[in-house]
Design a protein around this ligand. Structure first.
Ligand code: ATP
Ligand code: MG
Length: 633
């Protein structure tokens, strides 16, 4: 494995000489004032990167490219929901951002003020994020379409001076009115914003609140010639707040800095995604998630790439739409989620062969475990490297990933490969010692966290320390709350979340291991496994599976037979200890809106408890079905 050795020496320098390493990477961005000190970690676990340096995310993402390549494509907006396609050059993007910045200033927003962005995937959302960055306001993007109560909690945590929204979002051809949700959230909130800026897309009627609500089009017309200079910020000042997905409980307000984030993202686009100025990046995520922040907006633009902002589903007007976008806009780098690929896997594979995908270099997937069958399927279908990325809202960029920009190492199915440079990542046993090769452990990072990671929890330094750094007394370690394992070649695999581990008669089993075994049965499309309390064995695995052909489970007899077959598959792959006590067949599984399995809610139902906080659930009907099946015995 000499290829791995080459990456390893690059990696080692980042860990052993972090200051020298990151001083080099810092040259990827423009500094108004260069940093005085690369790293200040005198107060662990807090770390300050590029201390004394002054820079600006908007300058680096927009202005510096507009200065040298004004007509190059910057933002490619495609909506299959409204049938719109618009391309903005760097010069045009800069103009729109300055207009938006002037509007923010007119509405009383200044440096350090929070701006809550609750918007659909429209260009104005991108302008709003960059305009905040330009004037030093702190944005907090909340996924559009979240219920009023979820929005209200995030309002109260961030206390924004301004909320930016639109009349409506669209999904699968249906309009979702946002304005009534905004009004309801403002009424529920204890600290509602003084002003609300509204983009009218002409989809839904809006009732304006006099004195509070402002109209974007009218204000934009007033500021057509706006020239708003960037506000230089010290590297460690906050750039934005973003809440975690809420898969395991109450979302945490991740706070990010300016300089560290800019450097980490510019570096990652170059080294992990192999993106170059003039190329095109297509991330299928939403601006409401971390992938949207890092790899729809900031990462590609910082690197001088064009970024695709897509409003629509992967299967409308047909399941070839993504590949058509890749062909039409000569996409080089694509980023998506395993969940979406599993959706495509159920469609006709012909759609993947219809388009010219020659521009595409690699597809990156993140957010959930990438199971081997899905990884193999998409790689065979595309005939391109498909790279599993493991990271979190907290880290802002990958923690485990191949780094093909340094060295193209062989891909192992089901593994996001190695710790990314900058991350002193290890697997830990419960006593704080390091796990051996092929031994399960908690994925942890020894401080300092590298540039780009959260610097604290918004407004709550104590929560930052107590949430993330209290796994052991010694050593001080950032906990990911995920289980992993490392093989003899140094490849890691993520086994699931620490609270997803099932303890059967003293044996610790990752939900993911059992899920992969269930999925090895050819009839199963998707499955969730949860641990259910059992008086005798402590916990027992229970599976909820979606079948590829529903006809197979239409009768009691069919269900019973398939259940037996699935159990036999698990027995043969993992042993009887991992065999699910029951395999229930459902038509869909409960997920968050970002496509993450809500195992904790399934588990709660299976144990006869309340499913808990469901604000981020996508389709509540899926839980209802599980409730009924469990009720029927
Ligand atoms: P919350 O922290 O609020 O419960 P969340 O953890 O789902 O929500 P995110 O930050 O969006 O919020 O998700 C990060 C988590 O997603 C990781 O901790 C891990 O459990 C999972 N994950 C992300 N990428 C991968 C991957 N490539 N393989 C396996 N799991 C992954
Ligand atoms: Mg999390």
């Amino acid at each position: 494995m000499d290829k791995y050795q080459k990456y390893l020496s690059f990696y080692r320098r980042s860990i052993e000489q972090p200051e020298a390493f990151w001083a080099d990477e810092a040259a990827l961005i423009d500094w108004h004032v260069p940093p005085r000190q690369i790293l200040d970690d005198s107060r662990p676990p807090f770390a300050r990167w590029f201390v004394g340096g002054e820079t600006n995310l908007c300058h680096n993402a927009v202005d510096r490219h507009a200065a040298v390549r004004p007509d190059a494509r910057a933002l490619i907006y495609i909506s299959t929901e409204t049938g719109t396609e618009r391309v903005y050059s760097f010069r045009q993007l800069q103009q729109e951002v300055m207009r938006m910045a002037a509007i923010l200033q007119e509405l009383g927003v200044g440096k350090g003020d929070r701006v809550l962005i609750y918007m659909p995937m429209i260009p104005e959302a991108c302008f709003a994020m960059l305009a905040c960055a330009r004037i030093g306001a702190i944005h907090s993007v909340v996924f559009g379409g979240f219920a009023a109560a979820s929005l209200a909690t995030r309002i109260d945590d961030a206390r924004p001076a301004l909320l930016i929204s639109a009349d409506a979002g669209m999904r699968g051809g249906r309009a979702i009115a946002y304005k009534p949700l905004v009004d309801e959230a403002c009424a529920l909130a204890q600290f509602p914003p003084a002003r609300v800026l509204l983009v009218d897309r002409g989809i839904e009627e809006m009732k304006r609140v006099a004195g509070r609500d402002a109209d974007y089009a009218a204000l934009r017309a007033k500021h057509m010639a706006a020239q708003v200079p960037v506000t230089w910020l010290e590297s460690g000042e906050p750039s934005y707040i973003l809440y975690t997905s809420g898969t395991t409980g109450k979302p945490k307000g991740v706070q990010r800095d300016v300089g560290g984030y800019a450097v980490a993202l510019a570096s990652s686009v170059k080294r992990i995604y192999c993106g170059e100025a003039g190329g095109t990046f297509f991330s299928t995520s939403d601006i409401g998630w971390v992938v949207g922040h890092s790899y729809i907006i900031y990462g590609p633009l910082l690197a001088g790439m064009a970024t695709v902002m897509y409003e629509g589903t992967p299967i409308r007007p047909d399941p070839g739409i993504w590949w058509k976008i890749v062909q039409d806009h000569r996409v080089n780098v694509m980023f998506s989620a395993p969940t979406a690929i599993r959706v495509l896997k159920k469609q006709d594979p012909e759609y993947l062969r219809k388009y010219d995908l020659s521009s595409l270099e690699r597809l990156y997937l993140a957010g959930e475990p990438l199971d081997q069958p899905t990884h193999e399927w998409i790689m065979a279908a595309l005939q391109k490297p498909v790279i599993d990325n493991y990271w979190q809202t907290e880290t802002g960029w990958p923690m485990l990933s191949p780094v093909p920009g340094v060295e193209e190492t062989p891909i192992k199915f089901g593994s996001p490969a190695f710790p990314v440079y900058g991350y002193n990542l290890k697997l830990f046993r419960e006593d704080g010692s390091e796990a051996a090769v092929n031994e399960k452990g908690v994925v942890g990072i020894l401080p300092p966290l590298p540039p780009g990671c959260l610097t604290t929890v918004w407004g709550d330094d104590a929560r930052f320390v107590s949430t993330y750094f209290s796994l052991f007394k010694e050593p001080l370690v950032y906990s990911s709350f995920d289980w992993g394992i490392r093989d003899e070649d140094g490849y890691y695999s993520i086994l699931g979340r620490t609270d997803d581990v099932i303890n059967v008669a003293g044996h610790r089993l990752g939900t993911r291991e059992i899920e992969e075994a269930v999925q090895a049965h050819a009839a199963i499309a998707e499955v969730a496994v949860v641990g259910v309390t059992d008086a005798l064995k402590g916990q027992l695995p229970m599976a909820f599976a979606v079948v590829k052909e529903p006809a197979r489970t239409a009768t009691v007899e069919g269900r019973r037979q398939l259940e037996q077959e699935v159990m036999a598959t698990v027995d043969s792959l993992l042993g009887a200890i991992a065999r699910p006590a029951r395999v229930h067949f459902v038509s869909g599984l409960p997920k968050t809106r970002s496509g993450k399995m809500l195992r904790r809610s399934i588990q709660a139902l299976a144990e006869g408890r309340d499913p808990g906080d469901l604000t981020s659930i996508d389709d509540p009907g899926t839980l209802e079905q599980i409730r009924q099946i469990l009720g029927a015995g």
